[in-house]
Design a protein around this ligand. Structure first.
Ligand code: OOG
Ligand code: NI
Length: 300
């Protein structure tokens, strides 16, 4: 396995262990006869969240995937949530493998209140040089280990709750760090009836999966080409400094339909590849999908 494949499979393994909905959805897809093996699922993209402070944030995180041949694409700004994001296209020479795109975001910590900034810096300031620079990126197992190791000490529950009141994203990252935030099931290549987001959402709801309703369950880009939905984040029992336990939001699962671009509408279905479909992301959709881990959706 290449280092990139080792890293991607490590991320998926730990994420599947932590988020029961992943296996439950795969099992439901098999029971429904949509797929015969989990390998048939195309992963549209994976997502990460980062803390925008010196030595961390996107500038540090992205080095890993840029080194593996991912290409940085469009920026997105979320003014109210104080977030910046980019998406990254998988290595061109691996086009045949349909590797996941990456959506990575960063909290603009300097825009938060002094109190929130102090809590964040109390922990992140212990990272006094960029930890990715010390990594051997050719060693996939070491990178997998890095992505799942605590980069800073665990805060107290009170600090977590102070952050939560001001920025749910800040609270999520201070505890969950680089854990995979979600993977995304591509629906457009599934059998008829399930190959639109509407059909797939109907199936999920009939099977009792709880979906993010912020801005409506189905988020549609203005051009109509990118249609997304997501589950509500599953809860994890988090242990805070001093041993205090509390249930907090962990990760979730997303679903995406990318429609064929108008200029390729004449192509027969079997000829369609990624390059014929709507690419990239959509800020207005993403703004609502972020809320899959927010209290208003999880009900915590
Ligand atoms: C990412 C939310 C945005 C998308 O596909 O637009 C997103 C997050 O929750 O960190 O996943
Ligand atoms: Ni997403």
């Amino acid at each position: 396995m290449s280092p990139l494949d080792t890293v991607l499979s490590g991320l998926m393994r730990r994420y599947t262990e932590r988020v029961p909905d992943v296996q439950n959805i795969i099992d439901a897809m098999m029971a429904e006869g949509m797929i015969h093996s989990p390998n048939q699922i195309e992963n549209d993209h994976i997502a990460f969240r980062t803390m925008g402070v010196p030595n961390l944030g996107l500038a540090s995180f992205e080095k890993i995937f840029l080194a593996y041949g991912y290409e940085k694409r469009d920026p997105y700004n979320f003014a109210e949530k104080k977030l910046s994001a980019y998406w990254y296209a998988p290595p061109a020479h691996r086009a045949a493998d349909n590797l996941p795109r990456i959506f990575a975001s960063e909290l603009r910590v300097h825009e938060l209140s002094t109190m929130a900034q102090e809590i964040i810096h109390k922990y992140t300031d212990t990272v006094d040089k960029d930890p990715v620079d010390a990594l051997d990126l050719a060693d996939g197992a070491a990178v997998d280990q890095f992505l799942h190791q605590p980069l800073w000490a665990t805060p107290t529950l009170a600090e977590y709750q102070t952050l939560l009141a001001e920025s749910e994203y800040a609270a999520w990252v201070i505890y969950n760090r680089y854990y995979l935030n979600h993977f995304t099931i591509s629906v457009h290549n599934l059998p008829d009836g399930y190959n639109t987001i509407d059909g797939f959402v109907q199936f999920l709801q009939a099977r009792g999966f709880k979906l993010n309703s912020s801005g409506g369950v189905i988020k549609v880009s203005p051009d109509g080409g990118l249609r997304q939905a997501s589950t509500v984040a599953q809860l994890v029992d988090a242990q805070f400094a001093g041993g205090e336990m509390h249930r907090i939001a962990g990760s979730y699962v997303e679903f995406a339909e990318r429609r064929v671009l108008p200029q390729f509408a004449h192509l027969p279905t079997r000829q369609l590849t990624r390059e014929h479909r709507r690419e990239g992301f959509e800020a207005a959709n993403a703004d609502k999908i972020f809320e899959s881990t927010f209290v208003a959706q999880t009900g915590l």
